[in-house]
Design a protein around this ligand. Structure first.
Ligand SMILES: Cc1ncc(COP(=O)(O)O)c(C=O)c1O
Length: 451
């Protein structure tokens, strides 16, 4: 009997959506989400709204004095965890030459590789979730009298002592663990990180050096998350940061949007119907690109266009959305091996929280080949002297693919943007890299040298 995937054979899936054949063959795709609604309609159909985003922004603001006190690298931004944007004039030309295509508009890089504390996009969600948990426990216990007091009190020994009886547990390919672990340990929680076999050794070493317990699993991301969840369920004193399902992670990511708007305003970069913003986000389980997209749509409405980038060996969100089965299907079900140098994106099954939500908001997705990512990483070092980790470069090929592919051209035309292309601002979201040890940086660089 032919094996079925969520009730259908592979042949049936391919017949229904021929693009699945391209994905199964590991070839690149550029896919437009035709189920997306206009923002005004979409915003009323989901469980989160603008008030949730504002609530998250206010919580981060309340904790800013504590963060500023505890992490010297947040001093300049008064305790806000934020990253700059960099104009990539020379690299835009490099992309044009490599992909043999004209890229209209201006290309920028959002530097979450430089984000304070953990140097990765995952810090936005992870740190926010740890703050939520600490605030809830502190209010319940009476240690924190109200949300009106100065949150510098969280540095007092009695808080650390109280939190030390609780565990914070997470399952991760690495970066979520770094962000959660470092922040949880700072509060005094017992932080335990379950890591998948994709996690890099330096990430484990780094966490251990920060007093965090690392449990190594010889399994993929989905299984490492499961192991963490099981461990947390067995212990009433523990709290599980659930990369696949957490609304707190999601809301933490959303807060990037209003800050980006401020930065663009400061740079004099307009975003409106005549000056569209295109954002390209690396996608693993979908939480960080999903949350940021949700925030961006609430900030810029239909004038922002968000595309997610996945490795051609791990197109889990694309398969989840194209089939409409979301987290019911994994890349393995389709015979795709899930192996990638882009370790942060090595997630075989998408998030059941984020995938259905994104169906309403994100504009499309594309896949990136292994060599393509490696070469982008190396050329970015050569041309701009910026060194990212492999997962973090996935957004950079987005503008080239938008203009090079038929699907991209059709998208621009359908949105009435053909005569506004020169006014496009493209932002590739760099999601990590500053913490990578020199030895690993060298190996990544060498892997992308064209032989
Ligand atoms: C460097 C990097 N970029 C992007 C992502 C994708 O984030 P998400 O898994 O929330 O989609 C991750 C996830 O760990 C990551 O480590």
């Amino acid at each position: 009997m032919t094996e079925k995937i969520a009730g259908k054979t592979l042949e049936e899936w391919v017949k229904e959506s021929p693009i699945i054949d391209t994905l199964v063959n590991g070839e690149v795709v550029f896919w437009i989400n035709d189920k997306k609604k206009g923002f005004e309609e979409a915003k009323d159909t989901v469980q989160f709204n603008r008030a949730d985003v504002i609530d998250a922004e206010e919580r981060l603001q309340r904790f800013a004095p504590f963060i500023k006190q505890e992490f010297a690298d947040t001093e300049a931004l008064d305790g806000l965890i934020e990253s700059p944007i960099t104009h990539l004039e020379a690299f835009q030309k490099e992309l044009e030459d490599r992909y043999q295509v004209n890229i209209a508009g201006q290309l920028y890089l959002k530097r979450d590789d430089l984000l304070p504390i953990a140097g990765t996009i995952k810090a936005r969600g992870a740190i926010y979730e740890v703050l939520c948990h600490a605030e809830t426990l502190a209010l319940e216990s009476g240690l924190l009298e109200s949300t009106e007091v100065n949150y510098r009190v969280f540095s007092e020994p009695k808080f650390r002592e109280y939190f030390s009886q609780f565990k914070v547990i997470v399952g991760t390919t690495g970066n979520l663990g770094i962000s959660t672990g470092v922040m949880a340990a700072k509060f005094g929680f017992d932080a335990i990180i379950h890591m998948s076999n994709d996690a890099k050794q330096w990430k484990k070493d780094y966490l251990r050096s920060h007093g965090v317990t690392v449990i190594e699993h010889n399994t993929n991301f989905t299984e490492a998350v499961n192991q963490g969840r099981i461990a947390a369920e067995a212990d009433p004193q523990s709290y599980f940061v659930d990369d696949e399902n957490s609304k707190y992670l999601f809301l933490g990511y959303t807060t990037a949007a209003s800050r980006l708007k401020k930065q663009l305003d400061q740079e004099g970069i307009k975003v409106d119907a005549d000056h569209p913003l295109f954002v390209y986000l690396p996608c693993g389980v979908g939480g960080s690109p999903g949350g940021i997209t949700f925030g961006l749509k609430h900030t810029f409405g239909d004038n922002v266009h968000c595309f997610f980038a996945e490795p051609s060996h791990v197109p889990s969100l694309l398969l989840g959305l194209i089939t409409g089965e979301y987290a019911n299907v994994s890349v393995f079900d389709f015979g795709i091996d899930g192996k990638t140098v882009m370790d942060g994106l090595a997630v075989p099954r998408t998030s059941q929280l984020v995938a259905p939500l994104m169906e309403n908001f994100f504009d499309g997705g594309y896949t990136v080949l292994e060599d393509e990512a490696s070469q982008t990483l190396t050329r970015l070092v050569d041309v701009e002297k910026i060194s990212l980790e492999p997962a973090a470069v996935a957004g950079l090929s987005g503008p080239a693919k938008l203009f090079k592919t038929q699907a991209g051209q059709a998208y621009l035309s359908a949105k009435g943007l053909m005569d506004k292309q020169d006014q496009i601002t493209h932002i590739a979201w760099a999601t990590g890299g500053s913490m990578v040890p020199d030895e690993d940086k060298k190996a990544f660089y060498e892997a992308g040298l064209v032989k």
